[in-house]
Design a protein around this ligand. Sequence first.
Ligand code: GAP
Length: 520
Amino acid sequence: MDAMEKIVSLCKRRGFIFPSSEIYGGLNGCWDYGPLGVELKRNVKQAWWDDMVAHHDETAEIAGAPSSFGMVGLDSSLLMNPKVWEASGHVGGFSDPMVDDRETRARYRADQLAIYRLELVGSDGATERYDDVLFAAPGEVGKTEASELFEPHRKRIASLLKSKQGKEAKPVAVPGALQDEALRAKVLAPGASAPGTLTAPRAFNLMFKTHVGALEDNSSVTYLRPETAQGIFVNFKNVCDTARVRVPFGIGQVGKAFRNEINPRNFTFRSREFEQMEIEFFCRASESPQWYQYWRERRYRWYLDLGIKAANLHLREHEANELAHYAAGCADVEYDFPFGRSELEGIANRTDFDLRQHMQMSGKDLRYFDDQEPNEEARRYLPHVIEPSAGADRGTLAFLCDAFSEDEVGGEARTVLKLHPRLAPIKAAVFPLVKKDGMPEKALEIYRTLKKGFNVYYDEKGAIGRRYRRQDEAGTPFCITVDGDTLSAGSVTVRERDSCAQVRIGVGELGAYLGERLAG
Ligand code: GAP
């Protein structure tokens, strides 16, 4: 099993993540969080809310801010007036080019289906190209895969190679081949028996359409929101009028988003239903470059502070040709997942694009009024926006992948999730060493006391070593064991998950001990 397979298997076996509606064969791109998974994901979202909204100014990071600022929260509806999505550009432009295979019925994102042609390379480096031997492969073609992908062309290549002794078959990418009808007709698709089965790329809108009310006609169409951000923009005026906020300030929101992804893949990484944690940060246009830098750094450091290894985390500034037409800057926080380096979060300088669009479409004045600005002409303006937009499911997956580790303890292999204590689903497990001599009663008493402050777990079944292993796999930072000394001397052993080191602590000190260590 490779690392990703092991993580998916652990998630299923221990109740972190299940395929959605599994007893009916599942639903592609949808996932359910089990008892441990729901705690983990809630902790990720809570950590984000605490650090970015509720207590955003209590962290040391505020020191890097150009000036002090406010943060408030919002919970907007999933369904909105469809004009929201016209103004935001999602109705007209939120689409991926899609290609269908008429034979296998597979559907691909055109930008993820690479087309290769055959080249024969001699030992002297001389090449011969064959423009009629084309095949399509999802993603990059490695050395071993290449030979497999040529397989349906095997007969043709074998006879070519026979007549050209000492030459080797090599795949060479042909950019733009899917857009060219003549070339597309020669392409052999993955799993197809003959070339020419792929359709031309077509725009495919990623929004899920639905109807509001009893009539299912064009007048009742709306969409499941594909991002939480627009709910913030359309409430900008409401928040300004009610929350006594002053620019610069941010509005944070956590909630579901839906995208009819052509190719959901890599476990929860690309799902059709997922959760976002988004901030729209409103500032003066002149200050937006500084705030953009601030939020890039702050969001990057958030993952490090929650335990992601620095070697696996990257901040990548977009090239100018990658930017949306309205964006003045964009950077991705990327993580080295077992399936490759991919985006965890985007931080964008969206200028005043969204507020301007909504102001035009709704006819409502969305300009901010600064009553303390001495220059009358500068009092009313549309703020610019910095948007740190993170995925709660992607974040949860990255924390899981980074925490997953295999080591050996006492000559035995163990799997351990080295999750940051703030994120761990269960904070501590309480065990009686044996199921007699009053130990279960004492352990239950400790469990009930601790439960008032922490998510703790009680377990008396099986050998103590096995109970430790089960908690290691669940990512539980501390195991508390009640033994003979607990009854006579009032102390317990506390075992730390990563080092397996044990200390003895008085029962009365347990709450303070855990409180201090779990805060991280
Ligand atoms: N408002 C900006 C916006 O939505 P995005 O880059 O499309 O930007 C932001 O999405 C974040 O949402 C991504 O970085 C990712 O973490 C998460 N996300 C987007 N599509 C996703 C999907 N299909 N499955 C899981 N997470 C997704």
